[in-house]
Design a binder for this molecule. Structure first.
Ligand SMILES: C[S@@+](CC[C@H](N)C(=O)[O-])C[C@H]1O[C@@H](n2cnc3c(N)ncnc32)[C@H](O)[C@@H]1O
Length: 394
């Protein structure tokens, strides 16, 4: 299967290609410093994470939670183990992840289902819906969030932790310039390899990645009243720390010092954040606006049809993306030119050798003809010498 076939197959329903890796690599929240920073932003306390904060604020235990795109299942296990939920149903499109989740759940009261969230028919009976880093992979946000609103009771809750920044990580010029500036402040050995997210590469790797991330909040607000909203930041720290192998390999003390520097810059940044934690109640009145519901449905279906027929590209290219693609294309063209120059040089070398050989043969022939004309006897003698088989002296 070619890359194009893979992408087309994945786009048909906007699901990740079967070989997508979700739990490898270095992310910004791989570091304890970042976890404390996130906790502080959510709960005001370095040691209280979003789940404990949610549990304390709501003061509730939930009977049954629907875990959207549950991946390897760590979220529902954590929620059950902390007594925040009694049971859960996890859905995810990747059979291997569901198998891992099932194996790790053991006897915990969790059921799993392999399903494409964009198309899944969620059953009723939940009093909590959990989205942890899931909605930014969902193309049919209106359909899914509307269904969440329908299935939750009035006092049910939707709780979210997610990337809500620009689609496909297409950061704006101002934010990206600032990321660049902070990167330059880091010692050379631990700087991020500074590459703007290249859209064609992202589409091949995982066409679900941040597909409509900046629509998550506005679409959530169509169907939910948000009770608590906390920005978790990330505009500077996420692009600088995620997949930064040099930082991961650095001496722990030095790394810790520079992560703190990056997080200070992240906290100071006032131009819009990438991650958020929030929860809210279903606004059932939204389900009675038949005209609006129909127009949102049509808008979403048309957008998705257009996106699929356009190879997963939904939006105009930003200036930075346009420049990035031109630069990449120019680099590919340069590499091709280098290869064809090397081929031409090798071919030239062959021709020169052949030419020299022919020239040498030509000179020998000419000498032989002159000798035959001037001294046939000597010529015969020479030829017999040349033809005499070589071998050991008798
Ligand atoms: C970033 S991971 C998060 C997983 C999990 N919530 C966690 O926090 O570990 C995104 C998950 O979305 C799943 N996913 C992507 N597109 C999906 C779809 N259309 N339907 C169901 N799951 C999907 C992936 O398989 C992956 O498990």
């Amino acid at each position: 299967m070619t890359d194009t076939d893979r992408v087309e197959a994945a786009l048909e329903s906007v699901v990740p290609p079967a070989d997508t890796e979700y739990y490898g690599g270095i992310y910004w929240n791989s570091y304890a410093e970042v976890i404390r920073y996130m906790n502080r932003r959510v709960s005001g306390d370095d040691d209280v994470d979003c789940w404990d904060c949610f549990s304390r604020q709501t003061g509730r235990t939930f009977r049954k939670a629907l875990i959207i795109n549950c991946g390897n299942g760590w979220v529902e296990r954590a929620l059950i183990e902390r007594g925040i939920i009694e049971s859960a149903v996890g859905i995810d499109v990747m059979p291997e992840l569901i198998a891992d989740a099932r194996a790790s759940a053991g006897h915990l009261p969790v059921q799993y289902q392999v399903a494409d969230t964009n198309r899944a028919e969620f059953p009723d009976g939940f009093d909590l819906v959990v989205n942890y880093a899931a909605f930014h992979h969902i193309a049919y946000l209106d359909r899914v969030l509307r269904r969440c609103c329908e299935l939750l009771p009035d006092d049910g809750i939707l709780v979210n932790w997610d990337y809500v920044g620009p689609h496909r990580n297409q950061y704006g010029y101002e934010a990206w310039s600032h990321v660049h500036l902070v990167n330059q402040q880091l010692p050379e050995g631990i700087r991020q390899d500074f590459v703007y997210p290249h859209l064609p590469t992202m589409l091949v790797a995982d066409p679900t990645e941040a597909v409509h991330s900046e629509l998550i909040l506005p679409v959530t607000r169509r169907y939910f009243d948000i009770d608590v909203y906390r920005s978790i930041g990330g505009a500077i720290a996420y692009p600088l720390l995620t997949h930064n192998q040099a930082m991961a390999d650095a001496d722990p003390e030095e790394r810790s010092r520079w992560i703190a520097h990056v997080l200070e810059a992240d906290a100071r940044w006032g131009g819009g954040d990438l991650f958020a934690f929030y929860y809210g109640h279903p606004r059932k009145a939204a389900l009675r606006s038949a005209g609006k519901l129909e127009s949102w449905r049509i808008e979403e279906e048309e957008r998705e049809r257009a996106g699929v027929s356009n190879g997963g590209k939904y939006y105009e290219l930003s200036v930075l993306q346009d420049l990035t693609q031109r630069l990449c294309d120019a680099e590919v063209a340069r590499d091709h030119a280098r290869i064809s120059l090397a081929d031409t040089q090798a071919e030239n070398e062959l021709l020169r050798n052949e030419n020299e050989r022919l020239h040498a043969v030509g000179v020998a022939r000419a000498a032989s003809m002159i000798l035959r004309r001037r001294s046939p006897r000597l010529h015969r003698a020479m030829r017999s010498l040349i033809r005499r088989p070589s071998g050991p002296p008798a």
